[in-house]
Ligand binder design. Structure first.
Ligand code: PGA
Length: 250
């Protein structure tokens, strides 16, 4: 049985006071008995603040990106070591915004994924197609290419330490969510692709859905057999919404 993971991706939102009140809302309402794992990924500079605000809850903290380099003259970059040193357990890699706005290639994403694992961080490897690619019928080709770059670079066994997030680009921040059937179809195809290389890894890996997930659609999405949680953007910035999704995950 795979446990679910509900992850908030705050992107470049927040301030000290906003985060204090968001974390107050989340920590006060979180059901301590829930079985799913809960994660928040603040902007990097607020990670220590969020660590302080977590109190005795089991909320994990993650970053939204890391450098593929170990250390050195890389102005503006943050290393896996630094994230670990500040209490991060997870890091998002290859989010579609990084791929499309900052030119991150499949191979760079594979190196970042490897760096995260090296530092004991769980990478949340994002994959997904654009609207054009979906309409062209190349969704699985695109997703498999994104996965294969990581498989070829790190080997299939590395996926035992990876969480995948399937995020159709056309559903991110648009309010248009993939239907549960559309999402399940891709999730199951991702698992089948991994199964060809390693059945055990395919069965145990968590595959999150991301793209306009909110309390109103979480139930149907999370009920799909191959959807093991959510990577939530907009709705993770509202404590009540985020908690409602956590409660649905159970
Ligand atoms: P969204 O973002 O929930 O606002 O669509 C999801 C994501 O980009 O991870």
């Amino acid at each position: 049985m795979r446990t679910k993971l509900i992850a908030g991706n705050w992107k470049m939102h927040g301030s000290k006071s906003f985060i204090e009140s968001l974390m107050k809302g989340i920590t006060e309402q979180l059901n301590a008995a829930m079985e799913s794992d809960v994660l928040v990924c603040p902007p990097t500079i607020y990670i220590p603040l969020v660590k302080n605000l977590i109190g005795d809850t089991a909320i994990a903290v993650g970053a939204q990106d890391l450098s593929e380099q170990e250390q050195g003259a890389y102005t503006g970059e943050i290393s896996g070591d630094m994230l670990k040193d500040n209490g991060c357990q997870y890091v998002i890699v290859g989010h579609s915004e990084r791929r499309s706005l900052y030119g991150e290639t499949d191979i760079l994403v594979a190196h970042k994924t490897g760096k995260a694992i090296e530092h004991g961080l769980t990478p949340i490897l994002c994959v997904g197609e654009t609207l054009e690619q979906r309409e062209n019928g190349t969704t699985m080709q695109v997703v498999e290419q994104q996965l294969d770059a990581v498989i070829d670079t790190l080997g299939i066994d590395a996926f035992a330490k990876i969480v995948i997030a399937y995020e159709p680009v056309w559903a991110i921040g648009t309010g248009v969510t993939a239907s549960p059937e559309q999402a399940q179809e891709v999730h199951s195809a991702i698992r089948a692709h991994l199964r060809e290389k390693n059945a055990q890894v395919a069965e145990s890996i968590k595959i999150l859905y991301g793209g306009s997930m909110k309390a109103a659609n979480a139930e149907e999405l999370l009920a799909q057999p191959d959807i093991d949680g959510g990577l939530i953007g907009g709705a993770s910035l509202k404590a009540d919404e985020f908690i409602a999704i956590c409660n649905i995950a159970g």
